[in-house]
Design a protein around this ligand. Sequence first.
Ligand SMILES: [Zn+2]
Length: 281
Amino acid sequence: MRLIRRADGYYAQFSIHIDRNEIREKTGRAVGLDLGLKYLLADSNSNFVLPPKFLRKAEKRLKRLQRSVSKKYDQQRRKNKQRQSNNYHKSRIRLAKQHLKVSRQRKDFAVKLARCVVISNDLVAFEDLKSQNLVKNRHLSKSISDASWGILRQWIEYFGKVFDVETIAVPPHYTSTDCSDCGARVKKSLSTRTHICDCGCELDRDTNASINILNRGIDTLGRREFKAYGDEASMLSSGPLGGVSFICELGICPDSSGRASKTTIVVAQFAKFELDHRHLQ
Ligand SMILES: [Zn+2]
């Protein structure tokens, strides 16, 4: 057991090693996912998930709290090696709580979405994005980190192991330019939202990309019996976004390869203790 301090209290964590396997009916379906900015996720069945933008919604509040923290910080006290005022510490904790809330919302969303995608398919293919490189682009950085691709991917791989679903990351090159129907390379700018090819193929650019991603995934794994284009198959129609039932969702511990492992350490958090601010300074 260990004790953890969060902005809103202390938590006792208990870790147990278990091998989590869940029974799941094969669906014979496969899906490709394109992760993007306009849509957090577009799949090969023309489903779209908008980014939740938790951070942006909370941003105004965060900014206000941050200002209030800075205002209460006293340089003079610092020079004299005095303790900062009670008001300073109070507003510092308010800010930390708001950050904590955003990160919990983000994780909650990723867990539910990942589980939903995984249980409705036998194969999930997605782009092997190096989001670290993308985040360096300052214009895009906020949306990208907000979209929480990394967390989503981690949970997709985790649930893939739990539900015995193939998950595969494919190289992202040319997935948005190549025609998913005939393979021709159709150049388009970032603002071109529709893929239109001479072969008659016309699709949303992200749907086209996700079909390419799926095809690459299937190529990589070897041809198997996957219905690449599910008829009414839709990851979102197959169950409500929610119902995560097991305490395991509270935490994943990556194995030595850095990937989520099926034999994961289950972390259950019990017993939140009331926080006494005086102990935190
Ligand atoms: Zn074409």
